[in-house]
Structures are given as C-alpha cells and as structure tokens.
Write a protein that binds this ligand. Structure first.
Ligand SMILES: Nc1ncnc2c1ncn2[C@@H]1O[C@H](COP(=O)(O)OP(=O)(O)OP(=O)(O)O)[C@@H](O)[C@H]1O
Length: 253
C-alpha cells in the first residue's frame, strides 16, 4: 500500500515539473529595414520562446517592433540575422516556397481590419480557407466556436465590426493552426465589442490549445493572457507570467 502510494506520489511530482515544449523559438533575431541610405533597426536581438497552448500578450509603444516580430514568427518576413524555429524545424533556412507552406499549414493570422470578402457570406469566407487546408474543421464549427453559428449566412456588411472580426477569427482557426497570431484585433472596436472578440480568442485558446500571440497597445488587456511580454525600441524589456488571469468580461478600458 505504502509502496503504491509512493509510486503515485513520484509520478505526480514528475508530471508537475514536466516542462511544456516550445512551439516556436527565436534566437537573437534582428531586423534592419533599409531604404536608400536610411536604416531602421526594428529588432535588436530578440530571444523569444512561445510554449505549446499558451496565450501571450505582446505590449509596446508604437514603433517598438511588435508587428515586425509577429511577421517574422508567422513566416511573413525573414529576420536580418538570427534564427527562428517552429518545433524542430528552422524557418530561417527555408525557401520562400517552404515558408509559404509553413504559413498555410501552421499559422492563423488575425489583423486589425478583417479583410473579409464582401460578396461572400460568413460561411463562405471561412470555407475559402478550409477548402485548401490540410486538416480543417467544418466552417460551421469554426463559426460556432466564435458564437456566430446563427449569423453564418450573413454578408460582412450585415454584421457588426465585432462580428466581422469573429468571422476573421473563425477563418483563422478553421484550418486548425498550431499558432494564432493577432495584430491589434480589437484596435478598431469599442470596448464592449472588443471584449466579445477577446472572449472568442480566449475560448479558442482554452478549447483547442492553439498557442496565441496577441499584439495590443492596450495594457488593460494584459490580464487575459498566461504571459505578458513588453517591447521597447526593438527589444524585449519585460517577460512576466500572470499569476491569475481575468476573463475578458472583467477587463475594463
Ligand atoms: N517596411 C518597413 N520599412 C521601413 N521601416 C519599417 C518598415 N516596417 C516597420 N518599420 C519601422 O520599424 C520600426 C518597428 O515597426 P513595427 O511596425 O514593427 O512596430 P510596432 O510596435 O508594431 O508599431 P505599431 O504599434 O505602431 O504598429 C518602426 O520604426 C517602423 O517605422
């Protein structure tokens, strides 16, 4: 009896200290934009690890390098120096074609403006992506996950800004990406509508375990994340784990 209890205890200890693995990792990445003789050092040596299933809020003033970093980890751009890994695969060694395939298969993007096709219904907008994805969920299920099952046959012009953004989230998650990257997803929305969008993102992260990075200027949003990374002048200046999290409905701004 005692021995069995001992084994059980040991197993629990092991499980408790088991580290979560990294879905994405950057090593000392820099980015310099050059136009003519003008150089902008947008990133100055970023070491970032994004763990499987975690939700990270990325904060920083305008121009601090947030979008540049997001574009690089999403395979939309390459760093000037340094390395980026998706699990064991080095993205910085990939050809443009292979990087496009990485993006298509593994990354979902949500931007400030929704970029929906106006002549297609919500369902058709999501189906555009699922038709070319490797292991998609049903477009109806993706819309259901963001609380829009009842609006699936509406056109974008018939939806509110928050609803359109939730269609964009459904479109991004329908291919079941490993990483969801969101650049100011509530930037164009009032606070009540913004909260519904954040609720959809938190729910997707909890239900599907999609590792999520959310860029915002709005420091109030920091409490919804597992971890908050702050940038200034092309560098990470703070990296904090939230001991407790707030539901988006509790966040005020
Ligand atoms: N394509 C580009 N060409 C030249 N400079 C650029 C380019 N993109 C960004 N930059 C510059 O790189 C720096 C970082 O920009 P970035 O867009 O990554 O910052 P950000 O933190 O996302 O800002 P914001 O919150 O305003 O979107 C800024 O100085 C910006 O002007």
């Amino acid at each position: 009896m005692a021995a069995a209890a001992g084994i059980g205890y040991h197993w629990r200890m092991k499980a408790a200290v088991q580290p979560r693995s990294a879905v994405l990792r950057t090593e000392a990445i820099t980015k310099v934009y050059r136009s003519g003789t003008v150089e902008v050092q947008a990133l100055r040596g970023i070491d970032l690890t994004l763990l499987e299933t975690e939700m990270v809020v990325l904060l920083g003033a305008s121009g601090s390098g947030k979008s540049t970093l997001l574009n690089i980890i999403g395979g939309l751009d390459q760093p000037t120096s340094g390395r980026v890994f998706f699990r064991d695969e080095e993205l910085t060694r990939l050809s443009d074609k292979a990087l496009t395939a990485f993006r298509r298969d593994h990354v979902g993007f949500v931007f400030q403006f929704y970029n929906l096709v106006p002549s297609l219904t919500a369902l058709e907008n999501v189906a555009l992506v699922t038709e070319i994805a490797q292991r998609p969920m049903r477009p109806e299920d993706a819309l259901d996950r963001v609380g829009l099952a009842h609006r699936m046959h509406h056109f974008p012009a018939e939806l509110s800004g928050g609803e359109q953004q939730r269609v964009a989230i459904a479109r991004a998650i329908a291919k079941q990406p490993d990483i969801l990257l969101c650049d100011e997803p509530t930037g164009a929305l009032d606070s009540a509508t913004g909260r519904t969008v954040l609720e959809a993102l938190v729910q997707v992260n909890a239900d599907l375990g999609t590792a999520t990075v959310l860029i915002t200027h709005n420091a109030a949003i920091r409490t919804i994340a597992h971890r908050v990374i702050s940038m200034a002048d092309g560098a990470i200046v703070r990296d904090e784990v939230n001991a407790t999290r707030q539901a988006p409905s509790e966040v005020t701004w």
